[in-house]
Design a protein around this ligand. Structure first.
Ligand SMILES: NC(=O)c1ccc[n+]([C@@H]2O[C@H](COP(=O)([O-])OP(=O)(O)OC[C@H]3O[C@@H](n4cnc5c(N)ncnc54)[C@H](O)[C@@H]3O)[C@@H](O)[C@H]2O)c1
Length: 372
């Protein structure tokens, strides 16, 4: 199969769909790989590395989209890319259709096959979301530490303390993938860490793995209030699958917190778990409300693009190789995980929640009915 990887064009997106290792794996399986010139530079990967792995470099995105039977990307196609999508072309990337009706309509009109990273599912796990949650979780503790500096608007607190001076208290709301990675990252910096969650099984698991300077506590409104008063850094990492993130911390509760405390709302991509959170960008990441510094960047992993690119490829490659080897239809028949990633197929919607999000049930067809 002819595999194409264009440069990402979303604002401040430095990740890339394929690493040289991934290129080598596709080439060894007998496929041809075409990379747009400079596509890897944001992740510190040169064209020469791709060529050494067996890829051919093409000068423009148009040429990559034109030659490829399967596109491997990171972000959803943007409006300027819609016209480049071709009938029957397989596009393997994050789509997040439920938040983007124009994209859905474009993919249906262009009759592409959309294989969405975010809905590939193994049991209850979402293996192609997990690596980015790991990056965002670990990064959130670093951002909390950085913005705690007085010069950045924080309380002027060094998270690990020094001899004779106590470390910072870090409070993490939600002990899932993001929260657990944030907890280990904050504890690694020497902070005292508390994770609040409502899932007793998760708390039991955290109790087994957390080191002595970290603890897992059941979240209820009184407990939350108590910890809000003492926290120096608060990381929002709550998720209720399929629902809007609950606003766990209301605007009036900011008044009981220490002035200059830092809120890092990782869950902002689903609405955020602080009432006062507003999405921000890497170019303007913070704002202050009620004396509390807010960091609410919706695409945190983009900042650590090289790590994120490699982590993403480690997760996407095995499914990508199956798609390239078998084609979308056979791969979906062979793998339930891949079938759940099929969101649109040649003009119909094949993932029910996406159809329901826009009242487009008439455009929905069961994936089993199209991959025969
Ligand atoms: N901003 C970014 O760049 C970025 C990157 C990756 C992930 N995220 C987002 O981070 C969020 C967390 O992702 P995840 O992978 O850790 O999800 P997850 O499902 O692994 O974890 C969510 C946790 O929240 C807990 N929870 C639910 N309700 C709660 C409540 N009322 N109080 C306390 N805990 C509660 C759940 O029990 C679960 O353990 C998601 O919204 C995800 O989209 C954002």
């Amino acid at each position: 199969m002819k595999i194409g990887c264009p440069k990402e064009i979303k604002n401040h997106e430095y990740r890339v769909g394929l690493t040289p290792n991934a290129v080598l794996a596709y080439v060894q399986d007998g496929h041809e790989v075409y990379i747009e010139k400079g596509a890897g530079l944001g992740s510190a990967i040169s064209d020469e590395e791709y060529v050494s792995a067996g890829a051919k470099i093409l000068p423009s995105a148009e040429e990559v989209w034109n030659i490829a039977e399967m596109l491997v990307k990171v972000k959803e196609p943007l409006e300027s890319e819609y016209k480049l999508m071709k009938e029957n072309q397989l596009v393997y990337t994050y789509f997040h259709f439920a938040a983007n009706e124009p994209l859905l309509k474009a993919c249906l009109e262009r009759k592409i096959i959309s294989l969405a990273y975010e809905t590939v599912q193994e049991g209850h796990a979402l293996p192609l979301l997990k690596p980015m949650s790991e990056v965002a979780g670990r990064m959130s503790a670093l951002m909390g530490a950085f913005y705690s500096a007085r010069t950045q608007g924080g309380r002027g607190l060094l998270p690990m303390g020094v001899t004779g001076v106590a470390p910072a208290d870090v409070l993490i709301l939600g002990g899932g993938i993001v929260g657990t990675n944030a907890a280990f990252s904050a504890a690694g910096l020497g902070a005292r860490v508390t994770v609040l969650d409502i899932n007793l099984n998760r708390l039991e698991y955290l109790g087994e793995i957390l080191p002595p300077n970290m603890k897992g506590i059941y979240n209820d409104p009184l407990t939350l209030n108590q910890y809000l008063k003492t926290a120096d850094i608060i990381i929002g990492a709550v998720l209720i699958p399929g629902a809007k993130t609950p606003k766990l911390v209301k605007k009036e509760q900011l008044k009981i917190m220490k002035p200059g405390a830092v809120l890092v709302d990782v869950a902002i991509d689903q609405g955020g778990c602080f009432e006062t959170s507003i999405p921000t960008t890497h170019s303007d990441p913070t704002f202050v409300m009620e004396n509390i510094l807010h960091y609410c960047v919706a695409n945190m992993p983009g900042a650590y693009a090289r790590t994120s690119t490699f982590a993403l490829n480690n997760a996407t490659l095995s499914y990508g190789l199956q798609l390239a080897e078998l084609g979308a239809e056979k791969a979906c028949r062979a793998s339930g995980a891949i079938k759940l990633g099929l969101n649109t197929y040649k003009g119909v919607i094949t993932y029910k929640p996406v159809a329901e999000a826009f009242g487009m049930e008439s455009k929905y067809t069961k994936p089993e009915d199209v991959i025969r």
